[in-house]
Design a protein around this ligand. Structure first.
Ligand code: NAD
Length: 499
């Protein structure tokens, strides 16, 4: 069995705690590797050497730092197939989807190559007689990222690329369920010229996370994962005086207006509801057709599309629609929620419970499910299912549909399908959700915008990537300097207005 490592000071380092997590092959259910779970001492040692390495890196000019990322882009493109294969092997998503995972991370690396421009400060010439004022953005020092299993390439890149571009050292604690790609990215960063110690990949579980939260050297923490853990990390990290941003779970609604193109809406729902087996924080898990006729038409369009889905391991060809869930535990949880939906009175229109794949009976595959007549009191509506289960909640009017999305405790993404610009505009302006799609089911903003949800989907002031990332990973220092001409003045004992 393969024993995975940490990545410390530019090399693979075996785990020293004696504790390991199983990394499964989700298609077969077999354990294919074990990931070391770091102790507090291992985490603290990684931080101490990162702090040493950061001093020189922080003083390196931004253009040189950006050049390392420029080379990383080339190397990731070179190794795209290898990265995607490793990602699919541990996560279970299809190869095109795994490439999308890498690609969306890569785009943030590309954005961060603009660091010299993004880090330019502000300057006021002659703020007063002989006085200039300038603000600069300085790195924080050592910062950390704690990332989820569902985007093992993209989210680590969203975090380490801006952090490193800003001159910080970065401690990455990836998901223990699929840690191989983060380790491969660390190897590529070394090949790209990143000095040792600046990216430390410390594998682990709660013990390593708690060590990050309590480590006094770590200045900032970026987290992505489920909402209960996001709340925990935000609370403990902030009370320890750190800058913290946490992105949590989701329950994304797609409103379908009676004037929408129903084929387009159904295609969008199938892709956004079942793609990656529903294991996306931007997946659509609730369809909200407005009016009974729209609801009936949508079901009619959805059912044949769902029944045609090809569910198979990523090795079964380019036409696979989705693969297995990440663990047996995740499968059990999703099927348990399906049972609760049936018990609580939702109508199971497509039943995927009996799905089985010859030769892969022990894999974590779950067939697609479609529920109709779901109501907001049901557990399948309240909980993030994170599986191939789409719920339809019928709304009597546009206002009712809007209220549903607004009353939901999550606020990551939402979409509206309509041909009416006025409705789309009203929805985009009023809904209390962070990312909105208009006839776009998964509105993930591109690298130069920012990504973040509202309500219980996001904690902290700044979003991920885009200009916000450069604010999150730096602090501002403002210098007021005076080079007086003529006679020196005496001391001043009150705040002086500039005149
Ligand atoms: P998770 O919360 O179980 O794990 C995320 C990270 O937290 C992992 O690194 C894990 O090791 C660590 N962790 C887990 N339990 C912990 C504990 N008790 N104490 C301290 N640390 C702990 O999430 P996951 O299952 O890996 O990922 C799926 C979740 O992530 C979903 O809820 C999904 O919506 C969310 N997600 C959100 C976004 C977003 O941007 N909002 C993006 C991707 C995923």
């Amino acid at each position: 069995m393969q024993e995975l490592t940490h990545w410390i000071d530019g090399k693979h380092v075996k785990g020293g705690s004696g504790r390991f997590a199983d990394v499964f092959n989700p298609a077969t259910g077999e354990v294919q590797a074990k990931a070391p779970l770091a102790s507090k001492a291992e985490l603290d040692a990684a931080v101490a050497s990162a702090a040493e390495a950061q001093v020189k890196w922080g003083a390196t000019n931004p253009q040189r730092r950006a050049r390392v990322l420029m080379e990383l882009v080339r190397l990731i493109n070179r190794d795209m197939d290898k990265l995607a294969e490793a990602l699919s092997r541990e996560h279970g998503k299809t190869i095109p989807d795994a490439k999308g995972d890498v690609q969306r991370g890569l785009e943030v690396v590309e954005f961060c190559i603009g660091a010299p421009h993004l880090l330019k400060g502000e300057f006021t010439d002659s703020a007063g007689p002989g006085i200039d004022m300038y603000s600069m953005r300085q790195p924080l020092g050592v910062v950390a990222g704690i990332t989820p299993f569902n985007f093992p390439a993209m989210i680590p890149m969203w975090k380490f690329a801006p952090a490193l571009a800003c001159g910080n050292a970065f401690i990455l604690k990836p998901s223990e369920r699929d840690p191989s790609v983060p380790l491969m990215l660390a190897e590529l960063l070394k090949e790209a010229g990143l000095p040792d110690g600046l990216l430390q990949v410390v594998n682990g579980d709660k013990e390593a996370v708690d060590a990050i939260l309590d480590n006094e050297t770590i200045q900032a923490i970026g987290f992505v994962g489920s909402t209960p853990i996001a709340e925990y990390i935000y609370g403990r990290g902030c009370s320890n005086g750190k800058r913290v941003q946490c992105f949590g779970g989701a329950k994304n609604h797609m409103i379908v207006m009676p004037d929408a193109d129903m084929d387009q809406a159904a295609d969008a729902l199938v892709g956004a509801g079942y793609g990656a087996a529903g294991e996306r924080c931007m997946a659509i898990s609730v369809a909200v057709p407005v009016g009974e006729k729209t609801a009936d038409a949508l079901i009619e369009k959805l059912v044949p599309r769902i029944e045609k889905l090809k569910i198979a391991p990523y090795t079964a060809g380019a036409d696979v629609d989705y693969g297995p869930l990440v663990t047996g535990e995740a499968k059990k949880r999703v099927l348990g929620l399906v049972e609760s939906g049936i018990k609580q009175g939702a109508k199971l229109v497509v039943d995927g419970r009996d799905f089985s794949l010859q030769g892969y009976e022990d894999g974590f595959f779950v067939g697609p499910h479609l529920f109709d007549n779901v109501t907001p009191e049901m557990d399948i509506y309240k909980q993030e299912i994170f599986g191939p289960v789409l719920s339809q909640v019928r709304a009597g009017s546009y206002e009712e549909a809007l209220k549903l999305a607004m009353d939901n405790e999550y606020g990551n993404g939402t979409a509206i399908f309509t041909r009416d610009g006025d409705t789309a505009r009203d929805f985009s302006n009023r809904v209390n959700v962070g990312m909105i799609g208009v006839n776009v089911p998964i509105p993930v903003p591109l690298a130069y915008h920012t990504f973040g949800g509202w309500k219980k989907s996001g904690f902290g002031d700044l979003n991920q990537h885009g200009p916000d990332a450069f604010r999150f990973y730096t602090r501002t220092k403002t210098v007021t300097s005076r080079w007086p001409s003529g006679l020196k003045e005496g001391g001043e004992f009150h705040f002086k207005a500039m005149d």
